[in-house]
Design a binder for this molecule. Structure first.
Ligand SMILES: Cc1cc2nc3c(=O)[nH]c(=O)nc-3n(C[C@H](O)[C@H](O)[C@H](O)COP(=O)(O)OP(=O)(O)OC[C@H]3O[C@@H](n4cnc5c(N)ncnc54)[C@H](O)[C@@H]3O)c2cc1C
Length: 407
């Protein structure tokens, strides 16, 4: 029975905050199980970030999974969840929505390599199921309604309406790429509900260097081995193409290493990247190769310009005196890192709602019928489709659990 004065509240069974991939997946699964679902989205359209993923191509999962792809204080939480809705389940789900897939070296994209296919397919399914997605509406507060109806119902206040609902799924994203919607605006509300938020830092983000002279290399792309050094020790490495920009360095290897670089900088450690520009040759082979070549040419620059990008060749030649120094430079090109390019340039957030307070079904251990899904949780993935897989996996589990009828 509703009390007088509360009749303006909109009733629903499951309210989802955020129409990103996690929120839409949760909504679809709950609605398929028969729940009445409303999704609140602060942006003017659902799935805005999906359009930007994979350079507009949406790399939504990967054929390869190992113990390094999910990160956070408890990555095992993500693996256990993944086992319950894995890449094959996701590919199957997409196929069911009409999205065929294309496998490019294990990276999975929609067949037409257009991210909008994934966003549209989710949206069409929401429409088919009668899910109401309310755009341009911002969730401001979530409280438990202890006074009216039922002591476990939630009151969700937005800038437009007040909702009364049995279950709430918070899928509001992290802080990365706020132009696409997610900006951590619900952190205060989540803390008020009793949840701890692990410090949120940008991840999969370009790293800023200290040495201004490196701006001479802006625009240069080179394939190399990139080693992350923290307080002088090698902690991790990645191979692939890096890109020099005016005050930062990017490219997949740098993005992959950035999470740990950023955390180390926050902890006041000294961070650098050491590039091996010629990873396919060892020092002895390289020395022999360069010495032989130098004899035939008019100097080191001519020799080096045949081996590495000519801007890099010039940069190095201006800084070395002999072949030994040259080899050291080529194999251990050290770049001191002083920061990152911030959440605006980050693809994902490291940190978020502490998963120690969340059940394997994505339900709060503190407040029954409150669920979390996606990047808002303290789980992030490496480049390669793992972040979307996490959003869909956790969305699937939250939607499944939230649709179980309460006795
Ligand atoms: C440029 C870029 C490229 C990327 N490429 C890839 C890729 O190729 N593969 C991959 O796996 N991952 C990629 N990612 C990461 C991936 O997009 C995210 O991890 C994923 O979108 C997270 O899904 P989510 O649903 O948890 O959050 P989001 O997609 O961030 O969605 C959260 C939604 O909640 C809404 N919201 C927030 N607060 C409120 C509020 N108070 N009220 C109402 N609505 C609210 C937001 O507007 C947003 O729409 C990329 C990210 C970026 C930025």
């Amino acid at each position: 029975m509703q009390s007088q004065g509360y009749d303006k509240r909109i009733k629903c069974e499951v309210l989802v905050v955020g129409a990103g991939p996690a929120g839409m997946m949760a909504a679809i699964i709950a609605a398929r199980a028969g729940s009445k679902v409303i999704v609140i989205e602060q942006k003017d359209m659902p799935g805005k970030k999906i359009y930007a993923t994979g350079n507009g191509r949406c790399n939504f999962t990967n054929q390869h999974y190992d113990s390094r792809v999910f990160r956070g204080e408890d990555p095992k939480f993500a693996y256990e969840a993944y086992k319950r809705f894995d890449k094959d389940a996701l590919i199957g789900f997409m196929k069911e929505l009409g999205v065929a897939f294309r496998d490019i070296n294990g990276y999975i994209y929609p067949y037409n390599e257009q991210a909008r296919s994934v966003a549209n397919a989710l949206l069409y399914e929401c429409k088919r199921l009668g899910i109401e997605i309310r755009c341009n509406e911002k969730t401001l507060d979530i409280t438990q309604d202890n006074k009216i109806d039922n002591d476990s119902d939630f009151l969700v206040t937005t800038d437009k309406d007040v909702y009364i609902c049995e279950k709430v799924i918070i899928a509001a994203g992290g802080k990365a790429s706020p132009t696409h919607g997610s900006d951590g605006n619900l952190n205060k509300v989540i803390r008020k509900l009793g949840h701890e938020i692990i410090l949120q830092d940008p991840a999969l983000v370009p790293l800023r260097f200290a040495d201004n002279s490196l701006s001479l290399l802006a625009g240069v792309r080179c394939k190399c081995k990139t080693v992350l050094m923290i307080d002088g020790y090698e902690t991790d490495n990645e191979s692939g193409e890096i890109i020099f920009n005016n005050d930062n360095i990017s490219g997949i290897p740098v993005m992959q290493l950035s999470r740990y670089a950023v955390k180390a900088l926050t902890a006041k450690s000294k961070v650098s990247l050491e590039l091996d520009l010629i990873p396919d040759m060892n020092d002895a082979f390289l020395k022999d190769f360069l010495e032989t070549s130098v004899k035939k040419r008019s100097g080191i620059f001519e020799t080096l310009g045949l081996v590495v990008n000519d801007k890099i060749a010039k940069y190095i030649c201006d800084r070395i005196k002999d072949i030994d120094e040259l080899i050291h430079f080529l194999k251990h090109f050290r770049i001191e890192i002083i920061g990152d390019c911030g959440f605006n340039k980050a693809q994902v957030t490291a940190g978020g709602v502490n998963v120690a307070q969340i059940t394997k079904d994505m339900e709060s251990k503190i407040i029954r019928r409150l669920f979390f899904a996606g990047e808002i949780l303290d789980i992030d993935g490496t480049c390669g489709g793992y972040n979307l897989q996490w959003a869909f996996t956790s969305g699937y589990l939250a939607g499944t659990a939230a649709s179980v009828k309460q006795s």
